[in-house]
Design a binder for this molecule. Structure first.
Ligand SMILES: Cc1cc2nc3c(=O)[nH]c(=O)nc-3n(C[C@H](O)[C@H](O)[C@H](O)COP(=O)(O)OP(=O)(O)OC[C@H]3O[C@@H](n4cnc5c(N)ncnc54)[C@H](O)[C@@H]3O)c2cc1C
Length: 400
């Protein structure tokens, strides 16, 4: 009888988990191990690029790749995990509730932005978190030129000065000038609760962001707490109102809610604590990966971040280990000691750092070139070719 590895999610972690599991099963010539990916769409949505233009193009089809590697795709949305019965109930394409049995379950359902943190944000703010919401924002921005010229039309407020907030804020001055006309005076304001830019990052990196923001004319309101988002713009905790037709929410990423159905330890972002093999303690048949997993990357106390960089590698390890546990071979300890950041800074360029101390290695055009190669090549799925896919899915190979 076939044994099944069921992977929930076709994002960076889920896709690589499927390829890596298929690779190990093929290496052991075990065609009786079935690898199934269950997700709403058979495509990889390239979330790190959602601050760019032409959002609808930022998807990569997965069916040819899955076909080439013997991975089965099931379209649907998982709703209930029955850990005891080793079964997942999902809504299929016809909206029917359907069971899917598993021998090993890999939870790879990613994360989403919390829009309920401030009054009015869910109703009035835009975001870049998912394809649909990023499309809505792009469409809104592209139509700003048709609105009557007011300060509110010309002002974009970015709520939160984290990586996503910075990438969209620095991208916007150029785009707004194109839309509003060269003589226009667009304002982009980042509202940040902390008293310094990027309080948790290295001084070197913060300095680069400061310089780029100054040059691009991106304004920072530091130590500012947003109390409300409404139809006029935002209200700060001290009562100040900033009028804007475009408020972009970027704060508060949370692991997918399916994590709550597994009674195990979770961190503040809702991620499941996993052991070195990416298994959820207490559940031999359940693994977690990507944005839903809190995994140690080394022995120094560093933990994987909710990044594509970590999701890709976590996916390769988890697929390998889920298959290894069915094959009865030794699992691999997840390790990812190298950590880099490459932050897009719009028309200024980009910044590239290495290590957890974020030592700046490249800036401006040089870093931008690297950023483009990462986001438009490196993080995309491999070619739909079995040999190439399996080579790149090897967790111990030196890719990304
Ligand atoms: C605007 C933005 C910019 C970013 N920039 C960067 C960056 O510069 N660098 C970087 O490294 N990272 C960046 N990230 C983070 C990165 O995109 C995530 O860390 C990464 O996508 C996580 O991969 P994942 O596979 O865990 O989840 P995802 O890529 O979110 O994939 C989740 C998958 O699960 C599926 N799914 C969800 N719910 C269900 C369900 N109930 N049943 C079945 N399937 C389900 C989804 O459809 C999807 O296929 C950015 C994210 C955003 C939003």
């Amino acid at each position: 009888m076939k044994q099944k590895i069921l992977i929930l999610g076709a994002g960076f972690a889920g896709m690589w988990a499927a390829l890596s599991a298929a690779r190990l099963a093929a290496m052991h010539e075990r065609s009786d191990i079935e690898i199934v990916v269950l997700a709403p769409q058979p495509e990889l949505r390239v979330r790190p690029r959602f601050y760019e233009e032409k959002v609808e193009t930022l998807v990569s089809p997965l069916l040819p790749l899955f076909e080439a590697t013997g991975v089965k795709f099931v379209q649907g949305e998982a709703q209930r995990i029955d850990a005891e019965g080793q079964c997942v109930w999902y809504r299929n394409a016809k909206n029917e509730s359907t069971p899917e049995h598993y021998d090993r379950l890999v939870l790879a359902t990613g994360s989403h932005l919390r829009r309920d943190l401030v009054k009015g944000a869910a109703k009035h703010a835009f975001d870049l978190d998912q394809l649909e919401s990023a499309l809505r924002l792009e469409q809104h921005i592209s139509q700003l030129g048709e609105q009557p010229e007011t300060g509110a039309r010309n002002t974009v407020i970015v709520c939160g000065g984290g990586f996503t907030g910075i990438e969209v804020a620095t991208e916007l001055p150029h785009r707004l000038r194109q839309i509003l006309g060269e003589g226009s005076t667009p304002r982009v304001i980042v509202i940040e609760r902390g008293n310094v830019i990027g309080g948790r990052w290295s001084e070197e990196l913060r300095e680069v962001i400061r310089e780029a923001s100054d040059e691009l004319g991106v304004e920072w309101r530091l130590g500012a707490e947003i109390a409300e988002v409404n139809g006029q713009g935002i209200v700060l905790a001290d009562g100040e109102v900033i009028e804007s037709n475009t408020v972009i929410w970027t704060v508060g990423v949370q692991a997918n809610e399916l994590t709550q159905q597994i009674s195990a330890e979770r961190d503040a972002q809702g991620r499941l604590h996993v052991n070195e093999f990416l298994q959820v303690p207490g559940y031999d048949a359940i693994f977690a990966t990507g944005d839903v997993a809190r995994a140690a990357t080394d022995d120094k106390g560093n933990v994987a971040l909710m990044t594509c960089q970590h999701a890709i590698m976590l996916g390769r390890f988890v697929g390998h280990n889920a298959a290894a546990s069915l094959l009865g071979v030794e699992p691999l300890t997840y390790r990812q000691v190298n950590y880099v950041t490459c932050l897009d800074l719009g028309g200024w360029g980009a910044v590239y750092t290495e290590g957890w101390e974020q030592e700046v290695k490249l800036t401006r055009a040089e870093a931008k070139k690297l950023k483009l190669s990462i986001t438009s090549e490196l993080i995309y799925p491999p070619k739909a070719d079995r040999k190439i896919a399996f080579e790149t899915a090897d967790p111990l190979a030196a890719f990304v």
